[in-house]
Design a protein around this ligand. Sequence first.
Ligand SMILES: [Ca+2]
Length: 467
Amino acid sequence: MRLALLCVCATATSLLAVPWSSAADLPDGAQGWDKVQDKAAGGCPVKMKPSGQCDEEDGCPYQVTLPPLTIQLPKQFRMLEKTVKELQGLKETVNRLRRDCLECRHQADQSLQKDSEEAPGTVGTGIGPEGTGDEERGGETSRDTGTIKGDVGANSNSVSEMKAKMSKMSNSLRNARTQITDLQGRVEKMSLLNLKNVEAIVDSKVENISGMVNKLSTTCSTQCALTNPNPQFIMAPKDCSDYNMLQQKKSGLYRVTPDPKNGTFEVYCDMESYGGGWTLVQQRLNGSISFNRTWAEYKSGFGNLQGEFWLGNDRIHLLTKAKDMVLRIELEDFEGVREYAKFDQFYVSNEFLRYRLSVSGYSGTAGNALHFNKNFNHDQKFFTTPDRDNDMYPSGNCGAYYSSGWWFDACMSANLNGKYYHKRYKGVRNGIFWGTWHNMTVEAYPTNYRQAFKTVKMMIRPKNYAP
Ligand SMILES: [Ca+2]
């Protein structure tokens, strides 16, 4: 009974093993499928022999040896298995593609619907109402047939939209480029304007600083003079007023040092008139010296200090920079009339600032011809010579018209460097001129004669001078 059971088990095991065998496991020249079947169904060739020692209750253990089982499968079997696997794979792929396709179609339908809803109200797409109608009909047709036609319609719609957008963008780019070019031009202009502003600001700052330095310098020298009981300690007189303190009471030539860094130079001092201490900057006596001179000549000065001369713009600048100066102008005509004009403030800037004049605080008898009216005002004007036009007259050079160097406006109500005429003159305007003189008016020209001046003197003295 136990033996028969074992035989059945062995047969079942060998049958079960069939699908797991492989042709590759078989030795060369192995038997075919039918022979194996015969062997397994036939004799049940199971061998059994005792193994180990027997005990009392369960009997003896036996060892069963089953015959080797080899099954040859046909080649087609392997192909079939492979084909089934491939088929399964293909089926999955088909299913996946079908799902994707359905999704695609769903999306296409949705977007088509969206486009047909949005198109008429969209700003700037470039599609007119008529075109939209055509697109709408095309969309309906394709949805009925459910094929590529709808997609093509949607695509052509998108392409035309894209084209319209591209054209709009390129227009915008062109506009932007034009605007950038325009802005660039404006920026360049602005930077030029700014440069001019900066120049003007620098000018005014330098002038303010110069004024401050003048004041400080004057304050210092005044305090020194007051605290020092012995005036002989003034080693380097800055101007004629310092010589007056040194008890030099005689008019004549003296050396002054308004700024030690710029050396010393000779000046004519009037130590007698109106309390003395006056430094002359200009004098006209007889017409022996021409005042029709160049910028360079007015810069360094010309003439004879004991006769007719211009002290020189650089020197006038140094003297008025060293102390706060007052200006006194003495005039005498050929009829013996003598008048004067006094200005409480007188300053001439340096060459860099074109020797700009600052003059104010008039008093006197000759009238304020330096500030005649709004249109004729010499205050804050630059120096102009026949060869250097810094005046306010845009159509020409006032220095050339009036034969002199002066702080011309456009052009003048006073010109003390004009041509020296020995008597009243008519038909020309380039003589020594003081517009507020008693018998001289600008309006009267050219019908009336103009007054000629016999002597002219321009002289300066520190504002705080006490004789
Ligand atoms: Ca001019």
